[in-house]
Every structure is written in C-alpha cells, then in structure tokens.
Ligand binder design. Structure first.
Ligand SMILES: C[S@@+](CC[C@H](N)C(=O)[O-])C[C@H]1O[C@@H](n2cnc3c(N)ncnc32)[C@H](O)[C@@H]1O
Length: 343
C-alpha cells in the first residue's frame, strides 16, 4: 500500500502498481484517511493515490484502510510537490482532491500554501485534458488566494459549487461544522496545456568519494548553510558513531519542492575514507545531495584529507555565513572532476 520515494519505476506505471488501468485519482493531504477510505469504497474501479507529509496521518490512514480491507489505495508519505512530479506521468490524472489544505494564515508564510500559481501550473502537466482539481476550504483568504492563483495560470476554468456531502465528512470539516463555519468549494477544470514541462528528476548514481590521510579529532562544528540553484543545503551537526569509526553529518536538503533529510559520512575503509551518503533511509541523488557531498569533500580537504577518486558531478554551491554578510566567498568546485567508476 505504501509507495517509497525511491520506487524503482518513476514515473509509475498504474498497471504495475494497481494491476490495472482506470481513472487515476489523487488526494493531497489525506489527514486521518477517512475521506480516502470512503472514496475508494464508493469507487472500486478508481486507482487512488493519497499523499500526506505527516507521519501521524500516515499511521492513522494505514490502520483505517487495512481494517476496511481497501485495496485500490496507495499511500505516499511526503510532499505532494515531489510525488506528483516524480511518480505521476504527464496527463496521468483524472482528478485531484484537496480538502482543507493548511491555510498558512500569516503573511510571511503565504509562500508555503500548496495551491500557488506555480504549483497549479505544474499540476496541470499531470492532469488529463479536462482533468479536475476539487478544492474545499473553510478559509476565506485561502479561497481567494487559490482562485486568484488558478486564474493567474490561465489553464483552468473555475466552477464554484456547493460542497458535495462527501467532502464535508472529513475530520476537518466535521471539526468546524458545529462552529457554524462556512465552506467554499470549487472545481478547477484543466482547459489548456501548461507552457512549461515539469520533468521528473534525473536519477544519478549515489555521489561519493574516496579520500586518504589522517583526520584529526573534530572538536566543534558550526552549522553551515549552502545556497544552490533552486534551493539550499543545511549541514546541521556532526556526530560520532559509538564504535568511533568515522563521523556522520546531519543534512537538510531542499530544492525545487523536494525536501530530504540525509546522513553523510566519512567512514574509514581498508581503501581509504568513504565520503558520501550513509546507508540510511532512501535518499534520492539530486543536485542538492551532490552539492552536500561536494561540500563535505572540500571541508575534509581543508582538514588535511586528499581525494583519491570521486564519483559525483560537481554542483556549484555558495556558503552563507552570518559574520561575513549574507553570502561568503566560499564556493563549490566549478568544473567536473574525475567521474571514472572504480571496480
Ligand atoms: C488541515 S489538514 C486536512 C486533512 C484532511 N484533508 C481533512 O480534511 O481532514 C491538511 C493536511 O495536509 C497535509 N499537507 C500539508 N502540506 C502538504 C503537502 N505539501 N503535501 C502533502 N500533504 C500536505 C497535512 O499534513 C495535513 O494532514
């Protein structure tokens, strides 16, 4: 039922995932999954992909769907921006439900809203001709914001309707019903093709390097923030495994709507220091991850290690430091270095 971010086939083939073709429906932000379960039960012929960033939501929804023996739902734990871009082929979707999206009411957080014009234009690439987005919200400002965003794209017609009963039976809808709150509902129908494609991220081999030399004990570490094209990499801290073999760095990588927490390592091996991603979780080798490894190699070079071989494409990054203004001079390598693969 659970799709992993490193699913071997990207975008997905619905015949492989559901064992059949059929209308492909997405729900963004499934919350406790009660709407998902109801939708799947009402429409057994639909292939439903339900997406949520919250681990708590995922746990609740899995429990509910398993208990109800529902077999036509697949769940994805992570941001919708990533799932739609990476897992859904162009023109794959019949309909997308967005029930009570997080409103992000503060002015400085408006950029976090899901249904911004940029995302609506990207989502249009994944909708069939005349594919639909069904939006329901109780938040007046979000409502105005989303409608303005849909109009701005020029890709949708907007049909404001009374909310159908099923979208008023979600956990959020029920929570506010007694408070007498008003609901807004609209169907955005795709009427034109997006001008820009939204290509899936190219998957590249895991970046790493082999280094040699003595590494002195690390006694302190200051958080580093790298700026990369379309995002940032934050090196949060460095940790030492209990067996004392090497070091592990905690990194937060954010780029073009993908957010990843990754562990980098410098681990001694008989052939030298392995510098790259630790064997943990399921990171995707994006430009941001390559920049993080490139930064770590440069950081270790500055502490006396020498590169024997590296297997990554160099990605430009710039270090942001408080003490030297917004952008300090340190920059990542500009040219590709040896990318030969060892045996
Ligand atoms: C206000 S709740 C509504 C939940 C549910 N639809 C309901 O009506 O009860 C918003 C949900 O969207 C999820 N969410 C927020 N941003 C998201 C994103 N970028 N991708 C996927 N899910 C997201 C949250 O974790 C949360 O479960």
């Amino acid at each position: 039922m659970l799709l992993r971010p490193d699913h071997p086939e990207q975008p997905l083939d619905p015949r492989a995932v559901w064992g059949r073709s059929g209308p492909w429906i997405v729900e963004i932000g499934f919350g406790d999954g009660r709407f998902t379960a109801e939708l799947a039960r009402e429409h057994p012929d639909w292939n439903v992909l339900a997406i949520d960033v919250s681990a708590g939501s995922l746990a609740r929804a899995i429990g509910r769907l398993v208990a109800a023996r529902i077999s036509n739902v697949r769940l994805f734990h992570g941001p919708a921006e990533f799932a739609l871009r990476q897992l859904v082929p162009a023109a794959g979707l019949r309909r997308v439900y967005v029930n009570f999206p997080d409103p992000w009411p503060k002015e400085r957080h408006v950029g976090n809203r899901l249904l911004r014009a940029e995302f609506l234009a990207q989502l249009a690439t994944r909708l069939e001709p005349r594919g639909e987005i069904w939006l329901t919200t109780d938040h007046d400002e979000y409502w105005d914001f989303a409608l303005a965003a849909a109009r701005e794209t020029g890709l949708y017609s907007i049909d404001e309707r009374d909310a159908p009963p099923e979208v008023l039976a979600t956990k959020y809808a029920l929570k506010w019903k007694d408070a007498g709150r008003a609901y807004h509902h609209a169907v955005f129908t795709k009427t034109a093709e997006a001008r820009e494609p939204w290509p899936v991220f190219e998957r590249v081999p895991m970046p790493h390097a082999l280094m040699e030399g003595e590494l002195a004990e690390l006694v302190d570490f200051e958080k580093e923030v790298l700026t990369i094209d379309g995002g940032s990499v934050v090196l949060l801290d460095v940790l030492r495994p209990l067996d004392g073999r090497g070091f592990v760095w905690l990194a937060h990588v954010e780029e073009h709507g993908i957010v990843q927490q990754v562990l980098l390592e410098a681990r001694p091996t008989p052939r030298g220091w392995h510098v790259g991603l630790a064997n943990f979780a399921a990171p995707i080798a994006t430009d941001g991850v390559q920049a993080a490894v490139g930064w770590l190699v440069a950081w270790l070079e500055a502490r006396g290690l020498r590169v024997r071989q590296r297997w990554y494409r160099s990605v430009a990054w710039t270090v942001k430091r408080k003490d030297s203004g917004p952008i300090a001079a340190a920059t990542g390598p500009e040219e590709d270095v040896s990318s030969s693969r060892s045996t």
